[in-house]
Design a protein around this ligand. Structure first.
Ligand SMILES: Nc1nc2c(ncn2[C@@H]2O[C@H](COP(=O)(O)OP(=O)(O)OP(=O)(O)O)[C@@H](O)[C@H]2O)c(=O)[nH]1
Ligand SMILES: [Mg+2]
Length: 274
């Protein structure tokens, strides 16, 4: 039942030493993806996805302080092979910096996190999609581990920031994120540890096959619906760094919207089972 992802592994090896509670698929009446695996790899293993099969996607809203670092990290870790998609609503230099680094930039009026990220996850043609925030908080060095987990059969790999303590997160946010995870776990009947993380890998079919409704609460929705439909969803502990640049989320208003999304989505998914 439990599998672990390494802290610093590569796409070809998974370190089994770190144990963390990962999530396996709920079984009820879901339709887990039967994997159609990716293109042949350089070493001839036709069954495994490689960085050539990976899109890293993000909403970007006035992130000129961070975007260079985030995109450089993706380039370094994937040897420039991952596609990068930014759905951008910025009025600063963010889109120029993204284009300079070869990212695909989709312009969109700023309408909130979920509107941008929904467009971002639905855009790629590649079979594995990883989301991140464009604020240098998430460890792009872990992309190989996330890809390993998908190759190992996961449909969704969700970065759990709270496992290692998330000390760089403001205390109010940390408490809120623990409360969201507790609430979602209670309503789903399945323990999850971080429902609002921005770093996840998805098989493309998962994001294409489910209809998404939430905005600020999209991150929670992207975890809850696949889990409650029986997909193989696993949490992977990740480090979480202090943000570069200004937050785009109001903690009180955003927190209320996320709590509402969790309750709504869990109830909808429970009703869907009848
Ligand atoms: N295009 C677009 N991107 C957005 C919008 N709102 C947020 N984003 C991006 O979505 C990502 C998440 O926003 P953050 O401000 O980091 O929200 P958060 O992670 O909850 O809060 P932090 O603790 O500040 O990191 C960032 O990359 C933002 O630039 C929006 O309206 N449009
Ligand atoms: Mg963020």
């Amino acid at each position: 039942m439990s599998e672990s992802l390494s802290a610093n592994g590569s796409a070809d090896e998974v370190d089994e030493t770190e144990t963390a509670p990962d999530i396996d698929a709920a079984t009820a009446d879901g339709e887990p993806v039967t994997a159609e695996r990716g293109a042949a790899t350089a070493d001839g293993d036709a069954d495994r996805y490689t960085f050539d099969d990976l899109s890293v996607v993000m909403g970007t809203y006035n992130e000129e302080e961070a975007i260079g670092t985030v995109l450089d990290d993706i380039e370094r870790v994937t040897n420039g092979r991952a596609e990068v998609v930014c759905v951008d609503g910025s009025s600063d230099r963010t889109p120029e910096i993204a284009r300079e680094r070869g990212a695909t930039v989709i312009e969109q009026e700023p309408q909130g996190y979920g509107v941008a990220v929904r467009e971002a996850v639905l855009t790629p043609d590649r079979p594995v999609v990883v989301t991140t925030d464009c604020d240098d908080t998430y460890p792009m060095d872990r992309l190989p581990d996330f890809l390993d987990a998908v190759n190992d059969g996961a449909d969704v790999v969700s970065g759990d920031r709270l496992y290692h303590g998330a000390e760089s997160m403001p205390a109010f946010n940390r408490f809120g994120n623990q409360a969201f995870a507790a609430l979602a776990s209670l309503l789903m009947g399945e323990r999850v540890h971080d429902t609002t993380t921005g770093m996840r890998a998805y098989r493309r079919e998962v994001v294409q096959d489910i209809g998404w409704t939430e905005n600020t609460g999209l991150s929670a929705e992207l975890l809850i619906r696949p889990l409650m439909r029986g997909y193989d969803v696993r949490e992977a502990p990740i480090e979480y760094a202090e943000r570069l640049g200004e937050t785009k989320l109001d903690p009180i208003e955003g927190g209320a919207a996320i709590a509402k999304s969790i309750v709504t989505v869990c109830l909808e998914e429970q009703l869907r089972r009848f």
